[in-house]
Design a binder for this molecule. Sequence first.
Ligand code: SAM
Length: 432
Amino acid sequence: MAAPKDRRGGGDTSGLAARRAALALISAVLEEGRLLSDALADPRGMVAALDGQGRARAQRLALTTLRNIGRADRMLGPHLRKRPPPAIHNILRLALAEVHAEGAAPHGAVDAAVSLAREGGGAAALAGLVNAVLRKTTAAPPEVWQKLPVPDLPKWLRRPLIAAYGKPAVEAIEAAHLAGAPLDLTVPGDGPVPEGERLPNGTLRLAAGTQVTALPGYAEGTWWVQDAAAAFPAMVLAPQPGERVADLCAAPGGKTMQLAAAGAQVTAVDVSEARLARLRENLSRTGLEAEILAADVLDWVPAAPFDAVLLDAPCSATGTIRRHPDLPFVKRPEDVGSLTRLQAQLIDRAIAMLRPGGRLVYCTCSLLPEEGEDQVTAALARHRGLRAVDADVPGLAPEWRSGPGWRLRPDYWAGQGGMDGFYIALLVRDGG
Ligand SMILES: C[S@@+](CC[C@H](N)C(=O)[O-])C[C@H]1O[C@@H](n2cnc3c(N)ncnc32)[C@H](O)[C@@H]1O
């Protein structure tokens, strides 16, 4: 196959290099079962060879295509007698998502798709099929696409969510996943900030696709990117100036920065050196301070107990699907069992680090009750000297109470662009 001229993305006027890289990302997710974040960070990947603009375009195209695969496949169905090879199938899906979900001009998307199909060497004969199918399907009026059903979550995830929240709620969650996520900023103090909508908890919300590094206040470190739901756990912990607070499973540090900005003396612990490097960068940009420890929380024994602990435990991350549409294709039900065992062990370690009267916030960005409500209920049964307590936090609605804590869902604040799914509980150790 001839080396495509615009491989590096510089001068990628036709957008072919960005589309080619988007297809490589989609294939990494669908065919190799890799997380999009890993494929994006791969220095040998096609995206690494693009300039900033090309990279952003490739990432956006991959995200849009993954979010809309269900709709693209429904539209393609009547035009395909048999399933085409994955490379061709993904070219068709990408072009349809580009035209119908992003509003791209059909002729450009179809021409690019045909060129990409021709590049495939052995599959070159299929370029004619790509042309014929896309000419028809990209010409469909917008309302035909809009009326296609919202893509379902995979059955292993859908079933327990319907059992927990009911079918209408799961359909609303799926609609929120399809809509994607805006850009949320946590702004702890004064300084330059971009124009945006203030949410009830103080989060500043901007339109999706905004280039973060170009916004007022980025260089000054006035704010950081953090989903509105992810800002609640530190607010629930309500750290006081001078309190000793452990942030367990801390990287890349969104919650560490909230705790430090409130004046707490923070010890941030995470097992991943690579993720801690990002935490260090975040602290340095925002001018905030914390003690940073690379350690496994299961082994680490602090020198003295803490006034408060925040445990943001590793989980299925199913609450973040609107920002990470690759997750339903990559995550497996069997991953959840080992995560729930780890979460229970981490909770036990976190409780052992509290002084009498100390507070623990447990949270996960999961939609599954077994990583949220059930986990905290079981911890309360294991530890008699522990109680769940209420918190008075702006924006944290009383109707979100669920079991011993709060259940946050992507379909909440729907009119304002939704939020990630989270579970948060505030526990207090007796005594003190
Ligand atoms: C949900 S993420 C944390 C997000 C972070 N709290 C924030 O707000 O930016 C979970 C983190 O747990 C860390 N982790 C997983 N198992 C761990 C363990 N046994 N000990 C310490 N950290 C662990 C992972 O490296 C990952 O950074």
